[in-house]
Design a protein around this ligand. Sequence first.
Ligand code: PGA
Length: 284
Amino acid sequence: MNCHSPEAAVGSPSEFFDPEYRLARPGSTLRLIMRKPVIAGNWKMYKLLSEAVNTALALKPLVANANHCEVIIAPVFTELKTVADRLEGSNIKIAAQDCAAESAHGAHTGEVAADMLKDVGCRYVVVGHSERRQLYGETDQSVNRKVNSALAAGLTPIVCVGEMLEQREAGVVESVVKTQLSGGLAGLTRADVERIIIAYEPVWAIGTGKTATPQQAQEMHGVIRRAAAESHGEEVANSLRILYGGSVKPDNIATLMDQPDVDGALVGGASLEAETFAKIVNYK
Ligand code: PGA
């Protein structure tokens, strides 16, 4: 029985799967075993508004019975409000793909503050995606500021880490990912880390069709969980959700999810089409 199997829980499945329930019972030993899986679709810079709405509405009935996981989609900024409104009352939650490092409203042309995202219906925000690191100068320091802004606004940050191919070939994967984690999560309290989600996304697997093997994913997820245990304690580490990302598809999701430390997926290309993404969500 792995950590995200419902049989591990005491109480009704709905109690077990409700993340709020975990937060409402801070002393409960259930916290150690409750890691509700998360399947998140990162739509990147794809889809006009009408396309985003159509995909979201097509997805809604296909995942309506997916009580085993949290279902998230991340459209572009301009579509967040409309998509969130159209999905209101459904089990699909909305993430933004980035937020401003700065929390205070002010003269920051082109930026969108975390509380503005919350205000239009977002519950989550992806922070530190490798495309932002590689193409837009995102650093562990800016990731750290964005994580803090997201938490202050009441959003759940999905913090992305992952090595490049050269780093894997040079055998420095662990130190690269640990540095990203310690920089990105610097200064966070245990309570903060309980509220975040990590996504391990090896850069060489993103959009390339090359998925990490389930063993490679498990190995790195184990490294991340141990690092979290060292920095913020066993209990926090045990409740931390760690998603895998990088060419996740309907035919590889189940074996990835079988790994004890893989708590979900951040899906790019295969999330753009409702039927394909629904198959990933309904991996069980
Ligand atoms: P991919 O993207 O599934 O297309 O590899 C994953 C991501 O960038 O989050």
